[in-house]
Ligand binder design. Sequence first.
Ligand SMILES: Nc1ncnc2c1ncn2[C@@H]1O[C@H](COP(=O)(O)OP(=O)(O)OP(=O)(O)O)[C@@H](O)[C@H]1O
Ligand SMILES: [Mg+2]
Length: 291
Amino acid sequence: MIDCQNLMKIYKIDDDHEVIALQGLDLQVEDGEMMGIIGSSGSGKSTLLNMLGGLDRPTAGKLLIDGKDLLRLSDKELVKYKLETVGFVWQNNARNLIPYLSAVENVEMPMLIKGHHKRSRAKEILEMVGMGHRLHSKLGSLSGGEQQRVAIAISLANNPRLILADEPTGSVDVKTADLILDVLRNLNRELGVTIVIVTHDTQLTKKMDRIVAIRDGKTSSEILRRSHFLHENTDSEESLQEEETHVELAVLDSARRVQIPEEYLEAIGITDTNKVRMEMEEDKIIIVNPK
Ligand SMILES: Nc1ncnc2c1ncn2[C@@H]1O[C@H](COP(=O)(O)OP(=O)(O)OP(=O)(O)O)[C@@H](O)[C@H]1O
Ligand SMILES: [Mg+2]
């Protein structure tokens, strides 16, 4: 679904200043995958999502989504891509929803823009996200979690192949966050839609097939689940067992470089130098402080 290689995004602030938000990022996502992206503030998560969603154009690199080359699409093709191929869910409800319209009218809106508006379909989607009982409620009368479920319904309006969610649970409590994630998980299973979620919440990442960590605009490591998530409503004991099946792997980029976590370097006293000694020992590669 997504093939992203050596992706660069440079924001030009003024004539003398630029920010390198993505510096040669590699990411592959399979069709039907539900994956998470984590990383500290400013690491480039939203920038990446904006590139994937066609909201902004990459500076350089390769970005293929569902067979479309996002660096080569014309403006017109990009508009079509945003309307038909991807659906967006934001953290901030105001960005997802039109407050003076009802839930069902909100879901119809992207359909209207595309030109195939169908009330029955809008109702069906709201039922899928568990909002069938509030079809005609104005958005303002819904709770944060309910509004976020409507936002998910809106993102599904034009049957996208890919849903991009930037901190979709950022402004709701833990229990609601869990519920929203279950809604996404079910849609992923039932519709086969590929889902990429940016999240800070490490509790939620346990529910995903794979988590990619971004550091300084590059993918630095991946956390993989060894067995698939089998028990949805696990009690605490079962979820503990699930945790143990996660394994974190460092990512080799296309030039075979690997990022070493800052805390590892600090632990061996590498703070004010950019040199390390690398040694080969039997089947291990060892990095040593040269001092
Ligand atoms: N439109 C922009 N113009 C200039 N710089 C930008 C722009 N958008 C993002 N940046 C910069 O790019 C870098 C990556 O930002 P980004 O928003 O992708 O981070 P993030 O990982 O989503 O952070 P957070 O967790 O805080 O949302 C930051 O240094 C940010 O200041
Ligand atoms: Mg962000």
